[in-house]
Write a protein that binds this ligand. Sequence first.
Ligand SMILES: Nc1nc2c(c(=O)[nH]1)N[C@H]1C(S)=C(S)[C@@H](COP(=O)(O)O)O[C@H]1N2
Ligand SMILES: [Mo]
Length: 449
Amino acid sequence: MNKITKEEFDVVSEVSEQTSRRNFFKKTATYSMGALAAASVVAPVTIDASEHIKANPEDDPNIMEEKPWSLKFGAPVTENLYGQPSPYEHQVTRRTTPILSSGNYRASIAVTPIQDLNGIITPNGLFFNRNHGGTPTIDPNQHRLMIHGLVEKPIVLTMDQLKRYPNVSRVHFLECPANGGPEWRGPQFNSIQFAKGFMSCAEWTGVYIKDILKDLGLKPEAQWMLAEGIDNSHMGRTIPVDKVLDDAMIVWGQNGEALRPEQGYPIRIVVPGWEANLCVKWLARLEFAAEPFFAKEETSKYTALKHTGKAIQHFYANEVNSVITSPCPEKPWTDLKKGDMVEIEGLAWSGMGTISTVDVSFDGGKNWVEASLKGLVLDRAWTRFSIMHEYTGEPMLLSSRASDDAGHIQPTVKNERAAVGIEGVYHRNGIHTWEIDAKGEVTNVQILS
Ligand SMILES: Nc1nc2c(c(=O)[nH]1)N[C@H]1C(S)=C(S)[C@@H](COP(=O)(O)O)O[C@H]1N2
Ligand SMILES: [Mo]
């Protein structure tokens, strides 16, 4: 697999002075760990504030001086009627690279800056984006949803008619099954954004498909549902009817506003916890049938070739997974001094349930300490974890390992390879590790035992 070059990265990304100083694509490494070593230390959770306290406010002119922004009027409200982030946050963007894209960026991936997010919600402008034929601009007044096949009463709905169904709002992550996929043979990107950013988490508003089906009369032979988009790729996937009748939704709302064009405006499906590829955007058609449709995206793609030469097909749920978001290559510990208290944070998620625990290892997986789960802990949603740590200045191998309430736990990379093979890019959830050197620089590594 190609490694991205620094030049390619710079061409396609507006990287800030701050981020471009670091080389995201420097050497990465794989490790083989030996026998068990000494236990790691559970850090205390308080911070000594005394070193931040200044004896005299005049020591810091920033608290004493009037600034230009307090001496003149600010911008009128009319200048920014649809709000934008502060210009000082301009480096927080999705990013892309030629190796994740067609030549013209239409069959393309733009990854979420998970290192810069707070909490569990991805702002709409930063939501991960994967398109197979570009982003269409659809006039909702001309858009229709047809539901047909093995139903008693097929229908065609306008968007206004669809929105008359009772709506629900649910927080769920969407993860491309290829998230982390470029790492299948070893670390490829020295960047959390590129290594793990094929995912985002939003509050979705729409209608359960089962609620619409109550009126339509699903025939008993109906075992599969094709969902098809009206974008240039006409992407189609088939979903087992049991899942459709459980919790699949047609959504038009994303974090309180209409879906963004990139996310499928005016409507897409959300199949909670299952691979985002099933969450067909620009949705135009649902067709019920007795057999799967074997669409392109479930035959040539989104299958996993095993050592035996056979491929796994129709595997849908995203496995339990986690990654430490701070520190990471984009957020190193280079400013820390020995003895500083620092919060290690990360995201955990599972397409099979709710996150129940996350453990952190400081020695590459020999010993584990339980982290705390922060804020909302929701079913098939991103879950934030954290652990306070007293920085020692010693090099370390920092890993996280999540488990969910359905009884799954993240495997080692070795066990992951045994489960899904080594040839495929899909459904990789092996324990992820950052190497931190004595300077506090962070490198993407893999531990193979
Ligand atoms: N119609 C249509 N639906 C689609 C796609 C597409 O190209 N066309 N891409 C799929 C893939 S591979 C993924 S991972 C998700 C990405 O959703 P997002 O762009 O909202 O993150 O949408 C899926 N739905
Ligand atoms: Mo995808």
